[in-house]
Design a protein around this ligand. Structure first.
Ligand code: PLP
Length: 494
């Protein structure tokens, strides 16, 4: 493709993307295709001779789009949002246009320096102290692909530091501490690194947050049997219910264990720190005082197109000491002179995408005010959803609503003689809510919500935050939830 053909195809692509967004509401939220639909439709080998690009572009419309679940759809309430923006999309486009792997400062100085700048802008936006900012020269921020990859990086750094400080420790005794509510990223890190993971129990009465006393008891128990916990992964905003661990208590307990790393995973909820009113709830002071690393995903609720996961550390040397590999062909005089950051030593791969550009576009276009308004809108819409659930005798909230996430379930029908606290009652409730979720999200193309399990209970999660979701979408989703529940209960009681 030459420049003029690209110009034409590019204009067409932008036109089609605009049409896609203009018609998003009319599309089914969840893709309706059957497994294997694309495998059957595409040839088994690449074409021998190059094809015309307009045919290829048409196949995106014809073959690919039907197999897409529309995460940007205003009726997408599943998992957590990926609130993308046109600014982010354009950032990706421009970044692709200069296609470069930006692994060292010299490989493209703008990429490194823009990353340093936007990570400091975001640290300030989220209220993270100077100690986490690049300008400190000690701590700093780096963009990772995902929160899961970021945690692997942190575990590598924490493990290296722990082994340096405790030369008698054996690898097989090291343990990653998580809780039963930690995202699967904890288990993944253990699998990748070949390390044990211990998921500490958290209690319903603590709203599924980890308390300091439970952490202390586990540390004492593990040390007594020769285990070496070397990192604690705390969460602000768990995937199941938006729970927040008791960060200050954890920090106080860890004072007695200075070699144990303290990581805070706020992949979803962290961006809400942009609003001062949510900082006490998310325990920002404790993060600033105790945490050694903090992660939040711009690519969830933070208006930046996937992927862009922010990771800040209190001491960049911990990353570099663990990850710096500099063969002769990667050496530069700027790095040798200590003048620049080489981000390849702050993540797993060598090459890295130029992701700071899309964050820069978004932060400049929205400004702090616009970013805060987006977060506040999600929280307000969730308050509205909560009021609808509370007003219904047929449903109940299962946990205290957290920011823009509600966890709720259908109650047993009033005709039922079962007690919801009995084993039979719980089993019936679980069947009912599983069936409701299926009816809402699989047999229905209007909205997408997901279920989870809390304390043996199947519950439904309603996660708000897609950029185009408005009150009318929440209202319509609620009407549909009620309607499906009524139909189902009718069938159930027949
Ligand atoms: N942590 C929490 C609390 C999450 O909810 C999620 C994803 O939903 C993750 C981590 C994983 O994020 P990523 O896909 O960026 O690895």
């Amino acid at each position: 493709m030459d420049i003029e053909a690209f110009r034409k195809a590019g204009y067409q692509a932008i036109d089609r993307i605009c049409d896609y967004y203009a018609s998003l509401q009319e599309r089914p939220v969840v893709s309706q295709v059957q497994p294997g639909y694309l495998l059957d439709a595409l040839p088994s080998s690449a074409p021998e001779h190059g094809e015309q690009f307009d045919l290829i572009a048409d196949d995106f419309q014809k073959l690919i789009l039907p197999g897409i679940t529309h995460w940007q759809h205003p009726n997408f309430f599943a998992y957590f949002p990926t609130a993308s923006t046109f600014e982010g999309l354009l950032g990706d486009l421009y970044s692709s246009s200069v296609a470069n792997p930006t692994f060292s400062w010299l490989a493209s100085p703008a990429c490194t320096e823009l990353e340093q700048v936007v990570m400091d802008w975001s640290a300030k936006l989220f209220g993270l102290g100077d100690q986490f900012q690049n300008h400190s020269g000690v701590g700093g921020g780096v963009i990772q692909t995902t929160a899961s990859e970021g945690l692997i990086v942190i575990c590598v750094a924490a493990r290296a530091r722990y082994l340096r400080q405790n030369p008698d420790a054996k690898l097989e005794d090291l343990v990653i501490y998580t809780t039963t509510q930690t995202h699967s990223l904890g288990v993944k890190a253990g699998l990748v690194l070949g390390l044990q993971v211990r998921a500490l129990e958290v209690k319903k009465e603590n709203e599924y947050g980890l308390r300091g006393e439970d952490l202390r008891a586990a540390l004492e128990e593990d040390h007594a049997r020769g285990k070496r916990p070397f990192i604690v992964v705390a969460t602000v905003g768990t995937t199941n219910s938006g729970a927040i661990d008791y960060l200050e208590e954890i920090g106080e307990v860890l004072k007695a264990y200075p070699s144990i790393w303290y990581h805070v995973d706020a992949a979803w909820a962290g961006v809400a720190l942009a609003c001062p009113e949510f900082r006490p709830l998310e325990k920002l002071d404790a993060i600033n005082q105790y945490a050694e690393s903090f992660c939040t995903n711009f690519h969830k609720w933070g208006l930046v197109n996937f992927d862009a996961s922010g990771l800040w550390v209190r001491n960049r040397r911990d990353l570099i000491d663990a990850l710096d590999v500099t063969p002769e062909y990667l050496r530069t005089k700027q790095h040798d002179a200590g003048l620049v950051v080489d981000y390849r030593n702050w993540h797993l791969g060598l090459g890295r995408r130029f992701r700071s550009l899309k964050i820069w576009f978004v932060l400049r276009s929205y400004g702090v005010e616009g970013f805060q308004a987006h977060i506040r809108k999600g929280v307000e819409l969730n308050k509205h959803f909560v009021s609808l659930v509370r007003a219904s005798p047929d449903f109940e909230l299962v946990t205290t609503p957290s920011l823009a996430l509600s966890v709720f379930r259908l109650r047993l029908p009033s005709t039922s003689t079962l007690s919801p606290d009995s084993a039979e009652g719980l089993a019936a409730l679980n069947d009912l809510n599983r069936a409701l979720n299926l009816r809402l999200s699989v047999d229905n193309d209007k909205i997408f919500i997901t279920q989870t399990m809390l304390n043996g209970m199947i519950c439904l999660r309603f996660a708000i935050g897609a950029q185009r979701t408005e009150k009318e979408h929440v209202d319509r989703a609620w009407d549909l939830i009620k309607q499906c529940a009524t139909e189902m209960v009718g069938e159930w009681t027949k």
